[in-house]
Ligand binder design. Structure first.
Ligand SMILES: Nc1nc2c(ncn2[C@@H]2O[C@H](COP(=O)(O)OP(=O)(O)OP(=O)(O)O)[C@@H](O)[C@H]2O)c(=O)[nH]1
Ligand SMILES: [Mg+2]
Length: 302
């Protein structure tokens, strides 16, 4: 605190230091500048505060342009899937069906104001699912949409797609359309919608978070987009481990050996495979053998 500063300045400085978001910091800093003593000896202080304000404003502009959020950041853990859609379409309801997360659900628009995170566990494989604030929310994080491995577009009507696709122009990942609230359609309406999906060749499924229609199918579709396989390992003379190693599709014996034995794959004397990639049980294979989902692998190091 500068000499001769007022009580107001003291309070303003405290508020500025406690500010969390960038908007709040800018606001508090402006108030601090107003409260700063205006005489010769405080010129340097004022100059310093104004430079700080300018820097904050530049940072705000930059983060707006890059679409990066200045709010809580989400670490990408393995496969990441975002749920995107218009207000009230049922995104949060869907998150509760796919994961153990419990976001707020309500019949009002813009209920979700921050991304909600859940973990989907399907066939022993984990995926991170993020329920995003709705399209039109000032908190919708374009950066998360751009980098997602997979997007679930939750809609109520096919026409809604037009309002969502502009947000996906920078996303390279897979897209699954989930037409929600199918419980509100009768059989005839559902059949017509299915026919339209087929003729337009859309990667879409009708779901309902109320009747649970096709929720399992949606999980399976997400799992398929991950392009991973589950490999079970077996030690000689011991029972099969029931927690699989998760590897990218088309990985080889060498890939899994490296990830398990950490650079000691040259210690392997013999590898035997039982499962979809083997011609017969306990087939002896080399390091370049390409594995398949649900293979059981047994390494012998002596
Ligand atoms: N009939 C029907 N209603 C649904 C279904 N799924 C969600 N709802 C209802 O739709 C409303 C909105 O659900 P939310 O899950 O909060 O929707 P949201 O997309 O997360 O909404 P915002 O976060 O506000 O954008 C709630 O009243 C839900 O009960 C469904 O499958 N069928
Ligand atoms: Mg919501």
């Amino acid at each position: 605190m500068p000499i001769n500063a007022s009580y107001e300045y003291f309070n303003a400085e405290k508020a500025y230091l406690e500010a969390k978001t960038i908007d709040e910091k800018i606001q508090k800093l402006e108030e601090l500048i107003k409260a700063a003593p205006k005489h010769k000896s405080s010129e340097n202080l004022l100059k310093e505060l104004r430079t700080r304000l300018k820097k904050l404003q530049e940072k705000k502009e930059k983060s707006k342009k890059s679409g990066k959020s200045t709010k809580k950041s989400i670490r990408k853990e393995g496969f990441q899937c975002v749920i995107l859609g218009l207000p009230n379409s049922g995104k949060s309801s869907l998150l509760t069906k796919l994961t153990n997360a419990q976001p707020k659900i309500s019949p009002y628009a813009f209920t979700t104001s921050q991304p909600e995170i859940g973990t989907m566990l399907y066939q022993e494989v984990k995926a991170q699912i993020i329920d995003l604030p709705s399209i039109g929310s000032e908190n919708l994080d374009q950066g998360l949409i751009n980098t997602a491995d997979c997007t679930i577009l939750v809609i109520e009507y096919l026409n809604d797609l037009e309002k969502i696709t502009p947000y996906l122009s920078k996303n390279q990942g897979q897209k699954i359309i989930a037409i929600n609230k199918s419980d509100l359609l009768n059989n005839e309406q559902q059949r017509k919608l299915e026919a339209t999906i087929k003729s337009k060749k859309l990667n879409a499924i009708l779901i309902s978070t109320i009747t649970n229609q096709n929720i399992e199918l949606l999980k399976q579709r997400i799992f398929e987009q991950m392009h991973v396989m589950r490999i079970y390992t077996k030690e000689p003379g011991k029972p099969l481990s029931n927690i699989p190693f998760i590897l990218k599709e088309n990985s080889t014996v060498k890939d899994i050996a490296e990830s398990i034995l950490k650079g000691l794959s040259n210690k392997i004397k013999e590898t035997r495979i039982t499962g979809p990639s083997s011609k017969f049980p306990n087939q002896k294979v080399g390091l370049s053998h390409i594995l398949k989902d649900k293979d059981i692998i047994e390494f012998r190091t002596r």
